[in-house]
Design a binder for this molecule. Structure first.
Ligand code: IPE
Ligand code: IPE
Ligand code: MG
Length: 241
């Protein structure tokens, strides 16, 4: 646990931080660069921030890399994003050295076969890591995730393994991609947008939000620390008094 250094108080760390890595395109545009340059820079920021979060003792981090809606983008940009992810997947030592446990969440069945194989390999290689648990959301959509979970519940009811009256918040949570994980307690969105964009819509029911105008490629560890410090000052009531 690190200290805040302010007033000597113990810094209250969120258990699970979720980040919407947004603003790559605008970052590139401001520099008169192609959007691909923004994504490349954003990918570096991702590695830097994940490393830092692990070092300061964050237990869970979930990053939004590609949404179910991002398929609407030009094919060239989609290819560029997939290639960046492929490069990252190939370089397994990135996270092995960090002792980070990786998991990919989203509907991965539509990804190219080589990427699916790399994902399985990397998840297996990092399965015993004891550091931060890192979820990378690819072809992820919160509504899609809930639909998939409901389908599984329906199949279990049909098979006679579950009664409709057995279905409660826990049984549904246990069929989401994030099964077994604590809900995010802090959600960070840079780039000046104030929306969830279909991210973790079930899990965010009582999350704290931190927004900033910083574009993702400019996001630094100090910004993560600002968000964590803001979180530490929040009064979370969960509906109580
Ligand atoms: C986030 O940056 C990366 C992905 C959505 C994959 P954007 O590409 O959305 O950047 P802006 O929002 O256009 O600046
Ligand atoms: C959300 O950003 C998805 C990711 C960061 C991967 P978008 O840029 O796609 O979201 P909108 O379109 O601004 O809502
Ligand atoms: Mg965007």
């Amino acid at each position: 646990m690190s200290k805040s250094g302010k007033g000597g108080g113990e810094l209250r760390l969120p258990q699970h931080i979720a980040i919407i890595m947004d603003g790559n395109g605008r970052w590139a545009k401001r520099r008169l660069l192609p959007r691909s340059a923004g994504h490349r820079s954003g990918a570096k920021t991702f590695q830097n921030i994940a490393r830092y979060a692990n070092q300061i003792g964050i237990r869970y981090m979930t990053v939004y890399a590609f949404s179910t809606e991002n398929w609407k983008r030009p094919q060239e940009e989609i290819d560029n994003l997939m290639n960046l992810l492929r490069d990252y997947l190939k370089d397994a030592k990135n996270f092995q050295a960090e002792n980070i446990q990786m998991q990919f969440i989203g509907d991965l069945t539509v990804l190219p076969a080589d990427m699916q194989a790399l994902i399985r390999r990397d998840e297996a290689l990092s399965a015993d890591a004891t550091g931060m648990h890192l979820n990378i959301a690819v072809n992820y959509g919160g509504r899609d995730e809930i639909v998939q979970a409901v389908r599984r519940l329906a199949a279990e009811v049909k098979a006679g393994a579950l009664e409709p009256s057995d279905i409660d918040q826990e049984t549904l949570s246990a069929r989401l991609y994030t099964a077994g994980q604590p809900d995010p307690d802090l959600i960070i969105r840079p780039s000046g947008e104030y929306r969830l964009s279909n991210y973790l819509i079930w899990q965010s029911a009582y999350a704290e939000f931190w927004f900033s105008d910083i574009l993702w490629p400019d996001f630094k560890p100090k910004h993560l620390m600002q968000a964590i410090e803001a979180f530490g000052g929040r009064d979370r009531r969960f509906g109580g008094v």
